[in-house]
Design a protein around this ligand. Structure first.
Ligand code: G16
Ligand code: MG
Length: 219
């Protein structure tokens, strides 16, 4: 029996992971740091300030800025990111996701969101998906970033469900770690080699079929 599906947002429901990357790349370039897509994998699911710290370490500039300067940089990145996501519409929902949400709902199973993003509500609003969610965990109240399980535990609590009866869906290694530690069944979307810690990996969101997931989970 399954009580709930808990979703990551960026990279699972919509491809905002790409916009985070573009916004960080722009910011990093300004301070003379190069980042590529491979490095970007290590930023997925990681909070804004911690992502900035990782970029500075990557460019060996971790001691070059004051806290105020870092806050300004994180803010600039966010302004650029928000300008990129302002125009997203339901067309930007990744393939298969609307149907999956519809099927979960019609089977009276709960749906939660466990995103590290403080912009999650805005993104869901623009995608017109807010009404599907029984609980949206508040990233601003979450102390420890993924791979810590905190945001998933918050979602489990908010939904009032037991971890062992739930499926968590993620696109990041750190997110799968968080799901595993929370005690849920983990489904990774993306590269099998990157997401080797997941209980199940599918190549992309088109493979997130309700019946298939239920069969595998119930085995
Ligand atoms: C997302 C992204 C991360 C981003 C984080 C914080 O997490 O994957 O790259 O740094 O949110 O986002 P914001 O700056 O909007 O608060 P998730 O958990 O949805 O993948
Ligand atoms: Mg993600």
């Amino acid at each position: 029996m399954i009580d709930a599906f808990i979703f990551d947002l960026d990279g699972v429901i919509t491809d905002t992971a790409e916009y985070h990357y573009l916004a960080w790349k722009e910011l990093a370039n300004k301070i003379g740091i190069e980042i590529d897509r491979e490095f970007n994998e290590t930023l997925k699911g990681v909070s804004r300030m911690e992502s900035l710290e990782r970029i500075l370490v990557h460019g060996n500039k971790q001691n070059d800025f004051t806290i105020e300067e870092k806050e300004k940089m994180a803010n600039d990145k966010n302004m650029y990111y928000v300008s990129l996501i302002e125009n997203i519409t339901p067309k930007d929902i990744l393939p298969g996701i609307s149907k999956l949400l519809e099927n979960i709902k019609s089977n009276n199973i709960k749906i939660g969101l466990a995103s590290a993003s403080k912009n999650a509500n805005m993104v869901l609003n623009n995608l017109k998906l807010v009404n599907y969610f029984d609980f949206i965990a508040d990233a601003s109240k979450c102390k420890n970033s993924k791979p810590a399980p905190d945001i998933f535990l918050m979602a489990l609590k908010g939904l009032n469900v037991e971890a062992k009866n739930c499926i968590g869906i993620e696109d990041a290694y750190s997110g799968i770690e968080a799901i595993n530690t929370s005690g849920m069944y983990s489904v990774g979307v993306g590269d099998k080699k990157t997401l080797k810690n997941a209980n199940l990996v599918v190549e992309d969101t088109t493979y997130l079929e309700f019946d298939t997931l239920m069969d595998i989970f119930n085995k």
